[in-house]
Structure formats: structure tokens, C-alpha cells
Design a protein around this ligand. Structure first.
Ligand SMILES: *[C@@H]1O[C@H](CO)[C@@H](O)[C@H](O)[C@H]1NC(C)=O
Ligand SMILES: *[C@@H]1O[C@H](CO)[C@@H](O)[C@H](O)[C@H]1NC(C)=O
Ligand SMILES: *[C@@H]1O[C@H](CO)[C@@H](O)[C@H](O)[C@H]1NC(C)=O
Ligand SMILES: *[C@@H]1O[C@H](CO)[C@@H](O)[C@H](O)[C@H]1NC(C)=O
Ligand SMILES: *[C@@H]1O[C@H](CO)[C@@H](O)[C@H](O)[C@H]1NC(C)=O
Ligand SMILES: [Cu+2]
Length: 554
């Protein structure tokens, strides 16, 4: 069930379908890693959540019942949500969470093809299991030929529930950095060492989809003894790009084409290593290496391919070297938006993450509903409150966003409801010198047709420059490490609120869900008119900006 077959590659049905999926979300008790029985958030009484498959042009109706004791919401990661920003999911940004005991139907018009996923977006339910793959097939022939396809989902799985890890991290009395914990790696929902076998037939070619649905950890993936050509990043086809290994950040996706050998004399392994560069190596705990089987013929010996990682020619994927298959030329921005991201000590005694020193905190009114209800004032970023970090964009405005991170952690930054061109990486701009190992970082630029994706890793002490076009939506930008989101590394693009006011039709049911929880649905961030923010807590202020963000590791 986890591994999907390729009947879809040749489907040429003209009719778009309506696909209905029921997700009854609730607590379950489960042992996923082979070691720990713990409480988790499952769907229909189980984990993993079976992948959803559809075809571009289909409408996906996802019926949610919230069986938890707290609100929840879902985000279909990577979908553009053209004209449907109210379905994007983040609680207190695009909607009020679905109250306990209530149902809500997300309706997704599938405008894209590729590899996506659906996950919780209210209080980090994502970390406790609420995450499943969404594969959207081409309706016609895909631009690449392959005989069959497989899906591998990667998840990190902790012994503790997220709430416990969050409490430790936000506790001012904890040393900094707090312990991150050591996660196990799950592949297709089970201990990565016992996951299903991939079957290859000699001479055939395969598309393997890779999704990191993890919470804190990267996965290095390789197929020693085979070569891989990457053809998709985050739902965008790319020119084929040959690699030996891919380091997949949380929330990122890839598809690789692999041609099977012409003989079935040997079987092979695939290799997935769960790691995070900010978690110091500890024997047996991190990194953890998982191996799966690529079987040509049952009983055939496994080929020993040595340690390809150590060979000098081993090629890791660098997204900036890739090219969008459609050849879209680089966008010419008319505006630059500069965002500093990092970690500061605040007067609450906490070390919090921030964007331009402002640590994100959800407003009292969901951002979208402020945008819809504030009339002309909706174009003023201030009405969204001092801690929403709102940036107002206009439809069709081309922006370059510089994400400058003077921080020792790499951050997988995701922007909702779009993808963006990656144009440059370079050393972070700062008045401090970075630790020696991060000095002399080169500037790397796109060459032709920059790659587009929806989640970019901003490396330690580095900046990334990305470009995109404004639309009509409310689009969250945030670090996809749940703990960093909880620590405030988020901002919101409020895009053409004036047009939203004229065109968006939010179902009455969505306002009822707010009313049930006493959440106001009009006014500014505090639920007041104009610039009256009475009722909002004071924003924490910066006490100290550490010069290296993460001292113990460096
Ligand atoms: C979105 O709305 C605009 C105008 O309201 C319309 O022209 C366009 O076709 C819509 N697009 C989609 C994908 O629904
Ligand atoms: C598997 O990957 C790890 C690093 O991610 C590497 O150290 C190890 O040698 C690899 N094993 C094989 C058989 O390639
Ligand atoms: C997975 O299996 C490999 C090969 O047997 C072993 O080296 C590795 O330690 C196992 N990984 C984990 C996390 O148990
Ligand atoms: C963030 O701060 C920088 C100064 O470091 C400033 O140039 C930039 O405009 C600020 N960004 C926003 C969105 O306010
Ligand atoms: C952030 O705060 C620090 C310390 O107060 C200050 O030096 C810096 O200029 C601020 N940066 C921005 C972008 O506001
Ligand atoms: Cu982060």
C-alpha cells in the first residue's frame, strides 16, 4: 500500500475526478520505531497515513473529523491554492482551527503535478504523526519515460510528544541550546531498516519519489551502485540532474529516475541516513543509518559496492545548479525584501527565534480575516499586529527576498501557496565574524532557468536570495522545523488584500468554527478597529543578540 505502482503513467482519461478522502483525526497509541510505545496523532485509528493519489485537474475533498481534545487544521504543502487561500490551513493565519468534535471539508483544486504532502498546521500536530504524502500525477504522459514508480516517505520519530520538547525549549531556565533529542528514522512509516523492498526488473527504469515529512532531521539518500537523475524538486519538473546522494531537508521533496542494471545477478541496498548538522554526533544515536533493499531477484547476493560516500567523485545535489524544465527565465524584481533570521535572548528570559528581531506570535484575529475586514487599512502591514511580521505585497509585483541568517542552524524556510526561484546563496551579512569553519563561503548563483521550489535550506551563517511574483493570498513564510516555528521564526505575506476583499468567498462554516471558540473574525490583530491594539500582549524585546547564535556547537 505504501509503494505505488505506475499504472498512472499511461492514464489518459480526460475527465477530472472528484476524490473524496476521510480523515478521522485522533490520538492513538503506537510503536512506530520498534522501541517506543507512545501517544501519537493518527488518522482513522492508525499511522502511517496512507498516501493520497490524484491527477492534475482533480478536485480533492478531504473530510476531516477532529477527534482530538484541541483544535486542529490541515495544510496541503506546496499547493498553490489559486483563489482558495482560505483552504491553505495554518490556524490563526488562514482560518480558525477546527474545534474538537467538529468536521470540516478541505476542497483542493489540484493545479499542479508532483510530490506533495498534507500535514497538521495548528499546534504542531505534524510532529506527533499528522502527516501523509500527496502524489499528483500528470494527466498526459509525464515529460520523462519510466516503467514504474515508488514512493519513499521519511519521518523522524521522537520518544517524546512535541508538547514536551516545546516546553523544554521555551523554558528560560534551560541551558541553551536545549537538547534536541535523538529521533529514529521511519521510511514509509516504519523503522527504516524493515521498510518494504523496492523491486527492480533488469533493464527497466523507475521514478522514485522522496518526501521528507520530518520535524527536525534531514535525510541523506543514496542508491549505492546505481546512478540517479533528479527530475522534480518540490512539485516542479527539472532538467535531469545526475547525483549520487541527496540531503533532503524537512518538507522538501524530490523525484529521481533510476535505470535498473541490465542483469539481475545482484541485489542492492538503498541508504538513508537521518542526521542534523546541529546535533553533535553520538555513537548509536546520531547519525543513524538505515538500509533498505533493492531486489532484482529473490535470493541473489547483495552487491558490495564499498563506501561510495568516501569516493572523491561522489556528487551531492546542490539545488542552485539545477534548471527548471519549463525554462522560465529569471524574474526581474522591482522590490527587495530583506529578512534577518536568527535567535535572540528576550526579556522573557527565553531564547526565541525571530525574523528581523520580531518573534512571531499569532494574532487574536486570523490574518486572512483581518485582511478581509479592514477595508483600505488592510494594505497597512501594521494592522496585522506587532508580532505577525506582516509584509504586504501586490498582485504581479516581482520581489526578491533576501533571507539572511547569522545563525549556526540551517533553516528549511517554506513559503505557502507558491514556489519561488532560487537565485543566489552566499555568506551572511553581519557585523560579527562567523566561526572559522564558516568563513570564506563562496557566493553561488543560478546559471540559466533558476530552479523553483517551495522549501529552501538557508545554510548556517548564509543568505539565500529568492524571487517570486505577488498573488492574491495570505501566505505564511516560516522555518519548517516545528521547534523553530514554535520559537517564532515566521512572517506572513499579505498579498493583494484589496482584491481578496472583492473576490474571496469564505464559507460561513469557517466563521462558525471561530465563533464556537470565541475567536473574533474582524478587526485588526487585536480584534479592534484601526490601530487600537488594546488587548494584545506586549511584544518581548531583545536583550541580547548572540554573535554566533549557537555557541556550544562552535
Ligand atoms: C481565479 O480567479 C480569477 C479572477 O477571479 C480567475 O480569472 C481565474 O481563472 C481563477 N483561477 C483559478 C485557477 O481558479
Ligand atoms: C550510507 O550513508 C552513510 C552517510 O550518510 C555513509 O557513511 C555510509 O557509508 C553509507 N553506506 C553505504 C553502503 O553506502
Ligand atoms: C540498520 O541496519 C544496518 C545494517 O544492518 C545497521 O548497520 C544499522 O545500525 C541499522 N540502523 C539502525 C538505526 O538500527
Ligand atoms: C528587516 O531589517 C532590515 C535591516 O536589517 C531592513 O532593511 C528591512 O527592511 C527589514 N525588513 C522588513 C520586512 O521590515
Ligand atoms: C535587532 O536587534 C539588535 C540588538 O538590539 C540590533 O543591533 C539590530 O540592529 C536589530 N536588527 C533589526 C533588523 O532590527
Ligand atoms: Cu529553523
Amino acid at each position: 500500500m505504501q509503494i505505488i505502482s505506475a499504472v498512472y503513467a499511461c492514464v489518459s482519461s480526460v475527465l477530472a475526478a472528484r476524490i473524496v478522502v476521510d480523515w478521522n483525526i485522533g490520538y492513538i497509541s503506537v510503536n512506530r520505531d520498534g522501541y517506543n510505545l507512545r501517544r501519537a496523532i493518527g488518522v482513522n485509528g492508525m499511522l502511517p497515513i496512507p498516501p493520497i493519489e490524484a491527477t492534475i485537474g482533480d478536485t480533492l475533498e478531504l473530510n476531516v473529523y477532529n477527534g482530538l481534545d484541541r483544535s486542529t487544521s490541515l495544510h496541503a504543502h506546496g499547493l498553490f491554492q489559486t483563489n482558495t487561500t482560505h483552504m491553505d490551513g495554518p490556524a490563526m493565519i488562514n482560518q480558525c482551527g477546527i474545534p474538537p468534535g467538529e468536521s470540516f471539508t478541505y476542497v483542493y483544486n489540484l493545479e499542479q503535478t508532483g510530490t506533495f504532502w498534507v500535514h497538521g498546521h495548528d499546534k504542531h500536530e505534524i510532529s506527533d504523526g499528522l502527516r501523509g504524502a500527496l502524489v499528483i500525477h500528470d494527466r498526459e504522459h509525464p515529460p520523462f519515460e519510466y516503467d514504474d514508480e515508488y514512493l519513499l516517505t521519511f519521518e523522524d520519530w521522537f520518544r517524546e510528544e512535541f508538547a514536551e520538547r516545546e516546553m523544554i525549549t521555551l523554558d528560560p531556565n534551560q541551558p541553551f541550546p536545549p537538547p534536541h533529542g535523538y529521533a529514529f528514522g521511519l521510511i514509509n512509516g516504519v523503522n527504516g531498516n524493515v521498510t518494504q523492498t523496492i523491486h527492480f526488473e533488469k533493464g527497466k527504469s523507475y521514478r522514485i519519489r522522496l518526501v521528507n515529512m520530518g520535524d527536525l532531521n534531514w535525510f541523506q539518500f543514496s542508491l549505492p551502485g546505481h546512478s540517479m537523475e533528479v527530475i522534480e524538486i518540490d512539485g516542479e519538473y527539472t532538467e535531469p540532474y545526475r547525483v549520487d546522494g541527496i540531503d533532503i531537508a524537512p518538507a522538501q521533496r524530490y523525484s529521481v529516475l533510476v535505470r535498473a542494471h541490465d542483469t539481475d545477478e545482484f541485489n542492492y541496498h538503498f541508504n538513508a541516513t537521518i542526521h542534523a548538522e546541529f546535533i553533535p554526533p553520538k555513537q548509536g544515536l546520531t547519525p543513524r543509518v538505515y538500509t533498505g533493499h533493492i531486489v532484482y531477484k529473490r535470493g541473489a547476493p547483495f552487491k558490495n559496492v564499498g563506501s561510495p560516500y568516501e569516493s572523491p567523485g561522489f556528487k551531492w545535489l546542490e539545488d542552485i545548479e539545477m534548471h527548471a524544465l519549463d525554462g522560465q527565465p529569471v524574474l526581474e524584481p522591482t522590490r527587495q525584501i530583506y529578512l534577518n533570521i536568527g535567535n535572540n535572548l528576550y526579556n522573557t528570559g527565553q531564547r526565541l527565534d525571530h525574523i528581523n528581531n520580531s518573534t512571531f506570535k499569532a494574532p487574536k484575529v486570523p490574518i486572512l480575516y483581518t485582511a478581509l475586514s479592514m477595508g483600505e487599512l488592510a494594505m497597512d502591514p501594521q494592522v496585522y499586529g506587532p508580532q505577525s511580521n506582516a509584509i504586504v505585497l501586490r498582485q504581479n509585483e516581482v520581489v526578491e527576498v533576501v533571507i539572511n541568517s547569522f545563525n549556526a542552524m540551517p533553516h528549511p524556510i517554506h513559503i505557502h501557496s507558491r514556489n519561488f526561484q532560487i537565485v543566489e546563496y552566499g555568506p551572511a551579512d553581519s557585523t560579527f565574524a562567523p566561526p572559522p569553519e564558516f568563513q570564506n563561503m563562496p557566493i553561488r548563483r543560478y546559471t540559466k532557468a533558476p530552479p523553483r521550489r517551495d522549501t529552501i535550506t538557508v545554510p548556517s551563517f548564509s543568505y539565500a536570495k529568492i524571487r517570486f511574483t505577488g498573488k492574491v493570498a495570505v501566505s505564511l513564510i516560516h522555518c519548517h522545523l516545528s521547534i523553530h516555528m514554535a520559537m517564532g521564526m515566521a512572517a506572513v505575506f499579505v498579498e493583494s488584500p484589496d482584491i481578496l476583499q472583492k473576490t474571496l468567498d469564505v464559507p460561513e462554516k469557517m466563521f462558525e468554527m471561530c465563533a464556537r471558540q470565541g475567536i473574533p473574525t474582524c478587526g485588526n490583530a487585536a480584534g479592534n478597529p484601526g490601530h487600537d491594539f488594546t488587548g494584545l500582549p506586549n511584544s518581548p524585546s531583545v536583550v541580547e543578540r548572540p554573535n554566533a547564535g549557537f555557541p556550544q556547537n562552535h
